[in-house]
Design a protein around this ligand. Structure first.
Ligand SMILES: [Zn+2]
Length: 440
């Protein structure tokens, strides 16, 4: 869609968000969603409104309407425009009595979802029809949403005919890279190497069960995944996954491999050496849209060194930072020294909080923790190290790599690598001045 076609949709989103909405920014985000993430227009509009704190149901035709990719598994009443792919009648036993149900698959251009009709007298579906299902509800089954048509559900024939024929067997449309994964994506096709795999026992609805978690890596980054059910995966294996879906967990997009995912084992070496690669540099706007990730590289400028940077004391029991020698949980304790920098990094597209731990802080500052403690005592200034960090790092451009999680305050990185990417302009100026003075 070009800008002209998008204009009325930008207007609509701006109207829902109120008068001070930035239309240029809405247009940019719409374009990113549509061209980069290839989601539907509906989904993109809803997500932008949601992200900016508006009510997506205020969008036209938005009253409870969702796309397949938007289903969370906890909708109590949802309307959805879908094409009916399969219809299978089945008799089940409920409390000793026979009951007829119908199950199958429906799809829109964002993905497929299994459905069950519980009241077959009231609602019928026909293969190949495009319909609007009203008042369905969803439940999560093995980590994936399922659509249920109960006694409140109704079906309306749609004039719009959905073309979902282009979807390969697992749905979705094009193969994506790890750096492109975003919360809510459904029927994802992705290739990568299993760089970590472990089996965990969890308790789900009072039952103990084994789940398998791991890490999938490609040349753009790594993502955690969970397998719900049987698995033929092994560490070091190169695979192509068809039909996985993405859900944020603890502030990071995570890949879920449900029952319907197809695992294609690739010949070793197909993907090249992915595990030793460094992720490509991404923009903060892009990271914000995707919600974070376990291994992200950003190049940006430090625009603020935050309060709480420098030398801090931690509780020996829980590692919380002490305020006036007092732990929020353990009271007055004898703290242990730690060194950190909390900074705001800006790359021109957006900004993000970054935390540098002791080792990185030592390296960036060119100062050991012992030296920091000694200096602080000598100068009798508890904020000395923070002031030095400001002096040294403010306006520097850094390349940082680490884990990014998102919460209500936006994305935050725990850095595991950091390199000063280019010299500060101020330093360059100072150096030039010295050179000239020396010359004189
Ligand atoms: Zn404590």
């Amino acid at each position: 869609m070009d800008r002209e076609e998008l204009a009325p949709h930008v207007e609509e989103v701006a109207r829902v968000l109120g008068n001070n909405a930035d239309k240029e920014e809405i247009l940019k985000e719409l374009e990113t969603y549509l061209n980069h993430y290839r989601v539907t227009l509906d989904w993109a509009k809803r997500n932008i409104v949601k992200k900016k704190g508006g009510d997506p149901n205020a969008l036209q035709g938005g009253g409870g309407r969702k796309t397949v990719a938007e289903l969370t598994g906890s909708e109590q009443s949802v309307d959805i425009l879908v094409k009916v792919l399969t219809v299978n009648p089945k008799t089940i036993e409920v409390g000793g009595a026979q009951k007829s149900i119908v199950y199958g698959l429906v799809a829109d251009e964002t993905g497929k979802v299994p459905y069950t009709i519980w009241e077959t007298e009231a609602v019928q579906l026909k293969e190949g029809d495009t319909v609007i299902i009203h008042n369905a509800y969803t439940k999560e089954y093995k980590g994936a949403p399922q659509l249920n048509l109960g006694n409140r559900a109704s079906v309306e024939e749609s004039e719009e005919v959905l073309d979902v024929a282009g979807m390969p067997s697992g749905g979705g449309s094009k193969e994506v890279k790890v750096s492109e994964l975003a919360d809510g994506m459904n029927f994802v096709i992705i290739s990568g190497k299993i760089t970590k795999l472990e089996s965990k026992e969890v308790v789900a609805s009072g039952e103990k069960k084994n789940i398998i978690t791991g890490v999938l890596t490609d040349e753009t980054g790594s993502v955690e995944f969970t397998v719900w059910g049987e698995s033929k995966l092994a560490e070091g294996m190169e695979v192509r996954l068809v039909g996985a879906y993405v859900k944020s967990w603890r502030g990071m997009p995570k890949l879920n491999l449900g029952d319907r995912v197809e695992v294609q084992v690739l010949t070793d070496g197909t993907l090249g050496d992915v595990s030793s690669g460094t992720p490509k540099v991404r923009t903060l706007e892009d990271v914000e849209l995707s919600g974070g990730g376990m291994d992200i590289m950003i190049r940006g400028t430090i625009v603020d060194i935050r309060e709480g940077s420098g030398l801090v004391m931690r509780c020996p029991d829980c590692k919380r930072v002490l305020q006036k020698s007092t732990c929020r949980v353990h009271g007055k304790v004898k703290g242990t020294d730690d060194l950190r920098i909390k900074a705001i990094l800006d790359d021109g597209t957006s900004s993000m909080n970054v935390v540098f731990g002791k080792d990185l802080t030592e390296r960036l500052m060119g100062l050991t923790m012992e030296q920091a403690v000694k200096l602080t005592m000598e100068e009798r200034n508890p904020e000395l190290i923070m002031e030095m960090a400001e002096e040294k790092l403010f306006a520097q451009t850094l390349e940082v790599r680490g884990m990014v999680r998102s919460d209500d305050f936006g994305p935050m990185m725990i850095a595991k690598e950091a390199n000063i990417f280019e010299r500060n302009v101020r330093d360059e100026g100072a150096k030039m001045l010295t050179d000239m003075e020396g010359f004189n």
